[in-house]
Design a protein around this ligand. Sequence first.
Ligand code: CA
Length: 522
Amino acid sequence: MKATTMILSATVLGLLSVVTAVMPAAQAAEGGRRPNILYIMTDDHASHAMSCYGSVVNKTPNLDRIADAGVRFDNCFVTNSICAPSRATIITGKYSHINGVPVFNRFDGSQPTLAKYLQSAGYHTGLIGKWHLGSDPTGFDHWEILPGQGRYFDPEFYTAAKTRTIKGYATDIITDLTIEFLKNRPKDKPFFLMSHHKAPHRAWDPDEKHRAMFADRKIPEPPTLRDDYATRTDAIKENEQRVFDDMTRRDLKLTPPADLKGSDLNKWLGVKPTEVEIEVDGQKKLLKGEELNAWKYQRYMQDYLACIQSVDDNVGRLLDWLDQNGLAQNTIVIYTSDQGFYLGDHGMYDKRFMYEESLRTPFVVRWPGVIKPGSVQKAMALNADFAPTLLEVAGVRVPDDMQGRSLVPLLRGERPADWRTSIYYRYYHDPGHHNTRAHYGVRTETHKLIYFWKKNQWELFDLTKDPQELKNLYGDPAVGDLTEKLKAELYRLKKELKDDDQFADEQPPPGVDGSPPVRKRP
Ligand code: CA
């Protein structure tokens, strides 16, 4: 056999094996019909603020319904913990350096995406809510999105043809538009719908009902709220996403003097206060120092959790609608976030760093008849896996250039023998908001090695003995061999994923709200 024929045969065999591998999932659908896919994603929702993940700060009974009837992934990670890059990875199945969105770059919508593949395969495709990728969405039969970050109250939405303002609260409205899409869909096709909430993104503006639920609630402080960063690199010491030091008057919802307007008002709201006057039982009280710190954490978490409670109510409303309209059985429901978040962990309130709380993202999936209810999956999953997974679910061949791997075997409770035992991560947005230093790293099932390449500094953690990542072991002679092994694994993954530092110097574009530039809206 000639070499070319052999290569061809190998390619055909490879293709056949992919097709054979995907068929059981497609056939598993009710009556042989391909399942509908409802993909619900929030923005900045940490898994430790979901009761099915053991939250000690809130209860999310409706999100838990998905996990209870399906599977909860305990080790689902993102490849770059920040909004736009994570969204680009989810829609392409590729890392930032391949999809061209390492920071807040405008997404090149001419590249292949999950939505385009599903649309070509006969799915009716839709996108509602936050998009945040600058360019207009492609591959969707219907889309209506928030410009950039969007607003919590009376938000604007736009399509290719028009912009409209809808009165009300973003989380309620996005759910209404989601249900409207489902009502109006062509009934002879399966659907793929991405329903993307703005909540609970900063500035954590809850509606009145949910604000009231949390107004007087005392939220337990996390054990690492007062992390002093001893043994750590300069990178974390320089961060400006600290609850005690970096929350602004806007974040804390302080009331400005009535006569302030325009830029003066913005300047006032942007101040990081070191003293705050509050009213307790009708008496004015000046907070500072440790008393103010503790108060700031409460104010942050009360609003953040109130935003999530509205999401939980609305997901419940959506699940009820599926039940009432006969769609629950043949619809896969996914709930996830674009990354995790620091809920005061390590003293912080944002994401970006490769530490567990923002590297990990919630991922729960309900698929009646396929996923065993109440199951838990510990194998490592990535947001880059979502696209290949949904292609396999739809019986579509997973393209070779996707870097994630289908999670369908894991959904069924099977862990392939060659499943990954390490993941690669890279964050670029430096300099930028919150002064978080660029880094890349590897996480194994037991350890994490992080390299801050612009500072040439390292951190190494033993996740089994130090799950809170407080003790940096890098440079300790006792872990010399381990360090070399982790470095070898880091560079192996970097090479395998074709990261040749092509975006190492990439910097965020200037923008008022940290969003990719949006074209002039219709
Ligand atoms: Ca986000």
